[in-house]
Design a binder for this molecule. Structure first.
Ligand SMILES: [Zn+2]
Ligand SMILES: [Zn+2]
Length: 127
């Protein structure tokens, strides 16, 4: 089981299962929403994801052609996007898994560098 929360702690969630994939995503949407060079996300089954506190604080940002991004309206902290990629930075304990790749590196910030030996994919790798 995974557990996490937003920056202010108003929203808490749990995942009733394990993540299937953990990657560093360099797309511009992860850059903008997280305010960093890349986002690190864990893919989980949508039916496993459960908000345990602060459902009323959720802000859902929808943009045509993209998956919705969900954050806390009080602190602005990103929680997850799509169905369902949780932002690894929101976890409150070690998920036990580690990132296996960099994805969307075609969109990397010009000032960012990758300093590990993980595989790099220009876009989202075929599953
Ligand atoms: Zn919050
Ligand atoms: Zn991304």
């Amino acid at each position: 089981m995974l557990q996490g929360q937003c920056l202010c702690g108003g929203v808490k969630y749990k995942v009733n299962g394990e993540g299937s994939l953990m990657v560093h995503c360099h797309c511009t949407r992860c850059q903008r929403s997280g305010g960093a060079g890349h986002g690190t996300v864990i893919a989980v089954k949508p039916e496993d994801y459960e908000i345990t506190q602060g459902e009323d604080l959720l802000n859902r940002y929808e943009e045509k052609g993209f998956t919705a991004r969900v954050s806390c309206r009080k602190c602005g902290g990103s929680l997850y996007h799509g169905e369902t990629f949780i932002e690894a930075g929101t976890l409150t304990a070690d998920p036990g898994m580690r990132p296996t790749a960099h994805i969307m590196v075609a969109y990397m910030a010009p000032w960012a560098t990758i300093t590990d030996d993980l595989p790099q994919h220009a876009e989202f790798p075929p599953s």
